[in-house]
Design a protein around this ligand. Structure first.
Ligand code: ZN
Length: 243
C-alpha cells in the first residue's frame, strides 16, 4: 500500500471496518450512501473460520454490481494480518473453547480490546489513504455489554487517534443504538429489498463458520449466539413489514 492523494476531501472519504458480517455489510452500504469515496479494511486475527473473510468479497462485489452509484465510489480492499494479536487475545472466536458466559459476565466470545486494536490499525491505514472517517459496526444494543463497543469508548478512541495522528479523524458508528431488527430496516432503507437479499445471502455472522443450511435470515448453524441474534432480529424485522 502506498500514500495516495485523492481529489475527494478527507471528510467525504471513509474507511469501513468490514468483516463480511451483517453489521459491517450494513455499515458499508451506509458509508457508500453518505460518502464520495469508500475503501474497506478487514482483519485476519486467526479466526477459526476464514469463511467470514470470504464473505467480504461476495458482499463487496454484490454491492458494486447491484448499485452502480455505490460501485463508482467503492475503492480498494485491504486485509491486515493481525494473527499475532489473535494469539494474545485468544478466546472462543479464535480457539477451540466453548461459547459460554464467563465469571466476568462477558461471553467467552469477547476478544479483549479487539475494537481498540482494530481502530488503531485502521486509523494508520486511513491516514495513509486520505480518509477522514472510520466507519464501524460497534453497537451498544445487542452485544452482551462488550465494553469496547460503547460509544463512550469510541469517543475516547476518536480523541486519542485524532491527537496522536494530529488530524481530524471521526469515527462513525451508524448502528450504535440500533437493535438487530432495526439494522435490517436500515439496510432496507439504504438499498431496498435488493440490499437486504444480498445481506441475507452473502454476509456471514455464524461463530461456528457454518454455511450449510439456508434459513430466511441467511446461512449459519442457527444455534450459536450470533445466529440466534441474527435470526431473532430478522424475524422481528419481517414481522413488522407491511403485508
Ligand atoms: Zn451459528
Amino acid at each position: 500500500m502506498s500514500d495516495t492523494s485523492s481529489p475527494v476531501p478527507a471528510e467525504r472519504s471513509a474507511l469501513v471496518l468490514f468483516s463480511g458480517g451483517q453489521d459491517s455489510a450494513t455499515c458499508l452500504a451506509w458509508a457508500l450512501q453518505h460518502h464520495d469515496r469508500v475503501e474497506t479494511v478487514g482483519f485476519d486475527y486467526g479466526q477459526r473460520h476464514h469463511v467470514e473473510l470470504q464473505a467480504r468479497d461476495r458482499v463487496r462485489e454484490g454491492m458494486a454490481a447491484g448499485f452502480p452509484d455505490w460501485g463508482q465510489r467503492l475503492g480498494e480492499d485491504f486485509v491486515v494480518d493481525l494473527t499475532g494479536y489473535g494469539a494474545i487475545a485468544e478466546s472462543a472466536l479464535t480457539a477451540d473453547r466453548a461459547i459460554e458466559m464467563e465469571a466476568s459476565g462477558l461471553p467467552s466470545t469477547f476478544v479483549p480490546g479487539r475494537n481498540l486494536v482494530f481502530l488503531t490499525v485502521a486509523s494508520a491505514l486511513a491516514y495513509r489513504r486520505g480518509h477522514g472517517v472510520l466507519v464501524g459496526g460497534m453497537c451498544e444494543t445487542d452485544y452482551s455489554g462488550y465494553p469496547d463497543c460503547r460509544r463512550e469508548t469510541i469517543d475516547a478512541m476518536q480523541s486519542a487517534l485524532g491527537l496522536g495522528l494530529d488530524t481530524a479523524l471521526s469515527i462513525a458508528t451508524p448502528l450504535m443504538h440500533l437493535d438487530k431488527a432495526q439494522t435490517w430496516a436500515l439496510a432496507e432503507q439504504l438499498g431496498g429489498r435488493a440490499l437486504t437479499a444480498l445481506i441475507e445471502e452473502d454476509s456471514h455472522t455464524c461463530y461456528r463458520g457454518e454455511r450449510g443450511a439456508r434459513h430466511a435470515w441467511g446461512y449459519g448453524c442457527g444455534t450459536c449466539p450470533a445466529c440466534e441474534l441474527r435470526a431473532r432480529g430478522h424475524a422481528a424485522w419481517t414481522a413488522a413489514l407491511p403485508a
